[in-house]
Design a protein around this ligand. Structure first.
Ligand SMILES: [Zn+2]
Length: 255
C-alpha cells in the first residue's frame, strides 16, 4: 500500500530560507520523523493562513502533503512560540545556538525522540536562567550523548584503565585520557578533577540537580572549552550561531 499522501506531525522550526516571491523552504525537527525539509508556499504573503505559525523557533502542529522531491506544508497551528525568548536578546541568541546545534547534529529522516524532547525543554529553560549558561552546557553534553558522541569519562580513552581521582587530560575525539597515555594524543590538554566531576554529574543528574552545582569562573571556562571542542570535533565545522552568541554577549547592556 502506498504511504498516505497527507500526514500530520508536530515540529520545531529550525531554519527558514526565502524562495521566490512568497515561499519559504523550512528545516523542521520532528519527534518521530527526525529532521525534514518542507516548502511553505505563500507564507510570506500578509494574508497567508500559515503566517506566524512557521517562524524559526515555533513549535507547531503541521499538516503536510508528500511531493516527489519535497513535501509541502498545507496547514500549521502554533503550539508554542516561546514569547519569553523572543523578548530577551541574550536568551534568543542562546536559543538560536541550540537550534543550530540540533541542525548540525541531526540527519534528515533519522528519528531522535530524546533529542527532540531535550531541545524543547532547553528552550523553556533559557529565559529562566537570566543569561546564565548552565542550560547550554547541560544541553551540549546531553546532545553529544543523544547523538552517540558521549565522551568517555570513567576509563582512559586510550588504555581503558579506570581513571584515578586526579587531574587528567582530555581529547575531543573520545574523552578523558590518563597522564600515562597523554603523550599519544597530540591534541589533548589538561582536564581538572573538578570539571571531570561536573561532566559526570551532568550526565547522571536531572537538570534541576545539575543547575545546583556552583562552578568557579575558571571551572565554567574550562567546561565551556571542553564541550565546545567536542562539538567542533564532531560537528565538523564551527557553529555560526555560536559566533553570533559571542557577538551578542559583547554588546553593551541596555539601560
Ligand atoms: Zn591511559
Amino acid at each position: 500500500m502506498p504511504a498516505p499522501r497527507v500526514y500530520r506531525t508536530e515540529a520545531l522550526v529550525l531554519r527558514g530560507m526565502d524562495l521566490g516571491e512568497a515561499d519559504r523552504l523550512l528545516t523542521l525537527f520532528t519527534p518521530r520523523l527526525g529532521k525534514l525539509r518542507a516548502l511553505a508556499r505563500g507564507v510570506r504573503r500578509p494574508k497567508s493562513k500559515l503566517g506566524g505559525h512557521l517562524d524559526v523557533l515555533c513549535h507547531s502542529d503541521l499538516m503536510l502533503a508528500r511531493g516527489r522531491n519535497l513535501d509541502t506544508i498545507t496547514g500549521a497551528q502554533a503550539r508554542h512560540g516561546f514569547p519569553a525568548l523572543r523578548g530577551d536578546l541574550l536568551a534568543l541568541g542562546q536559543a538560536l545556538y541550540v537550534l543550530e546545534l540540533v541542525d548540525l547534529f541531526t540527519a534528515e529522516g533519522m528519528e531522535n525522540y530524546s533529542l527532540f524532547q531535550l531541545t524543547l525543554t532547553t528552550l523553556e529553560r533559557l529565559p529562566d536562567a537570566g543569561g546564565g549558561e548552565t542550560p547550554l552546557r547541560y544541553f551540549e553534553l546531553r546532545l553529544l550523548e543523544a547523538t552517540g558522541y558521549r565522551p568517555q569519562l570513567y576509563n582512559c580513552h586510550v588504555c581503558r584503565r579506570p581513571l584515578e581521582p586526579q587531574d587528567n587530560y582530555f581529547s575531543p575525539s573520545g574523552g578523558v585520557i590518563c597522564p600515562s597515555c597523554q603523550a599519544q594524543e597530540p591534541f589533548s590538554h589538561p582536564l581538572s578533577l573538578g570539571v571531570l566531576k561536573v561532566l559526570r554529574h551532568y550526565l547522571r543528574a536531572g537538570y534541576e540537580e545539575a543547575r545546583g552545582v556552583r562552578l568557579t569562573p575558571s571551572q565554567a571556562r574550562e567546561l565551556k572549552l571542553v564541550l565546545g571542542e567536542c562539538l567542533r570535533y564532531h560537528g565538523e565545522r564551527d557553529s555560526r550561531a555560536g559566533a553570533f552568541l559571542e557577538r551578542v554577549k559583547g554588546l553593551p547592556s541596555q539601560g
